[in-house]
Ligand binder design. Structure first.
Ligand SMILES: [Zn+2]
Ligand SMILES: [Zn+2]
Length: 499
């Protein structure tokens, strides 16, 4: 038998009733709200346990059954105690963590410029007793905690923000601007929730120290720069992270915010995020006066043709069953109304899941470019050039690991809110590039619901998918997801340390 307590208060989406007191106090202090919370206790059989016994067809005496029942109850009881302890730790520190979250939110930093953020991470990890290596891939930080023989587990959080103007109107909204590499001043905001990721990392780091008696192995807490341009993970590896004392992990685990309701997670199996390429195509021509195009070779017309023809790669060269996206995000060329320029740059972004699809896209772009050059009578040395600026491979969750994590998380999240059957997203992540191709590490990347449930429900009732989306100025993280995310992460880590 398994004891299942369910809270029937408005915050039921968050946690079983054993947690009501804690959550109520958190809610009261956070939101000044004193909601009545009544809860009922239900008992139900644990079907998994009994079916296991049936399957094995064990002929049991009453005595054997009793012994097994005692063992099962003891194991369940010990696990329940640990999960209660994890929960209490997550909420006991939640006020400080929410303050830290707000501070990070008000002080966002662009990729490879995360000096303040990485400084906070390094200071906190050192104070907790981690061996800390800083400045990996410019601003990356790794904290190492050795705790006997066992698996090596890497927990990753990204630190960078977006060049987006915040319009949430929150009292702790970002009003900051930053200078980009090209010298332009831009508004900046954590519009992808990486501030929550760092807050979770620091709270998880603290809880795992306190819980040292519950796990054995080596824990690596990694704060990564520049996820948004998808170059930070590679930068850390290329900066010889694994030769500077960071052991190659058996598991790579991380959380990302997503605008589904707080209290829900997405942890699917296999491919979860698309591979991606960023490339610039430059069209060359012969410039001249706008009134005499016959004396020129116009790269504006060439680039315009290319933008339209590129889309036919998706519609005509890739099988309908294979997902792919080609987006032209920018065209730069010329400066005056009456001058035909000498070159135009077209900036492309590709998304794909297989190397075959990727090659069709890249070959197609090259063929279209050259076809346009031929049609315009250009000599070979004036053919368009391609600059490959960045690439990431699809992010893949190990099915067995994701399954283990989902089962363990059923003590934290209502099982029906653990979503594992969604299609992969066409967005991309450089998470797996921390361990790409090493033949050892298996990965699990979990998307954690961080939209306030009321806002989420309202959005659904209006026919929208979510109340806001990542990278938009109105993106926001429900503060209730701060302690919950730490509880999710620690529960998953303790599970993975078991073997
Ligand atoms: Zn993002
Ligand atoms: Zn992100």
């Amino acid at each position: 038998m398994r004891l299942v307590k369910r809270c029937s208060c408005l915050m039921d989406y968050l946690m079983p009733a054993k947690r009501c007191g804690l959550y109520q106090s958190f809610e009261k202090q956070m939101f000044g709200n004193n909601k009545n919370c009544t809860f009922k206790i239900q008992y139900r059989a644990a079907p998994a346990d009994l079916s296991l016994l049936n399957k094995q067809n064990i002929k049991m005496t009453n005595k054997t059954f009793l012994s097994l029942a005692v063992i099962l109850l003891t194991v369940n009881c010990l696990q329940a105690q640990v999960s209660k302890q994890v929960h209490q730790m997550a909420y006991a520190d939640s006020f400080r963590m929410v303050e830290l979250y707000k501070d990070l939110h008000q002080n966002p930093e662009l990729g490879f410029m995360e000096l303040r953020t990485s400084g906070i991470v390094a200071t906190e990890l050192k104070a907790l007793g981690y061996e800390v290596i800083t400045g990996i891939g410019k601003t990356g930080v790794v904290g190492i905690l050795k705790n006997g023989n066992g698996p090596v587990l890497m927990y990753r959080a990204d630190m960078d923000c977006n060049s987006v103007k915040e319009i949430t109107g929150l009292p702790y909204a970002s009003t900051k601007t930053m200078k980009k590499d090209d010298g332009t001043e831009v508004p900046v905001m954590h519009a992808c929730g990486h501030d929550a990721h760092i807050t979770w990392l620091l709270q998880v780091a603290k809880m795992m120290v306190k819980l040292k008696s519950e796990w054995k192995g080596t824990l690596l807490m990694l704060a990564q720069p520049a996820e948004e341009p998808m170059t930070g993970a590679k930068a850390m590896v290329n900066d010889k992270m694994y030769e500077k004392g960071v052991p190659v992990p058996d598991y790579l685990f991380g959380l990302h915010t997503t605008p589904i309701a707080t209290g829900s997670i997405k942890n699917g199996y296999g491919e979860r995020a698309a591979g991606s390429d960023q490339l610039d195509v430059t069209f060359y021509g012969i410039g001249g006066h706008g009134s005499t195009p016959e004396l020129t070779k116009d790269p504006v017309v060439m680039a315009s043709n290319a933008v339209m023809q590129y889309q036919t790669i998706i519609s005509r060269s890739i099988a309908a069953q294979d997902a792919a996206v080609l987006t032209v995000g920018a065209i730069h060329g010329g400066g005056d109304n009456n001058v035909i320029p000498t070159s135009v740059v077209v900036k492309l972004n590709l998304r794909w899941f297989t190397e075959k699809t990727r090659n069709i896209l890249l070959d197609g772009i090259k063929q279209i470019n050259e076809g346009i050059a031929v049609a315009n009578g250009l000599s070979k040395e004036m053919y368009p050039t391609i600059l490959m600026k960045g690439n990431v491979y699809p992010q893949v969750n190990d099915t067995a690991v994701a399954n283990r994590v989902n089962k363990a998380l059923a003590t934290v999240i209502a099982p029906e809110k653990i979503i594992s059957n969604t299609l992969p997203i066409m967005g991309s992540e450089d998470f797996n590039h921390l361990v790409l191709g090493n033949g050892k590490t298996v990965c699990d990347y979990v998307w954690v619901g961080t939209a306030h449930p009321d806002l989420y429900a309202k959005a659904l009732s209006e026919g929208k998918r979510a109340p806001f989306y990542n990278h938009n100025g109105n993106y926001q993280v429900d503060l209730a997801a701060i302690p919950l995310g730490a509880e999710i992460a620690v529960t998953a880590l303790l599970e993975l340390f078991k073997k």
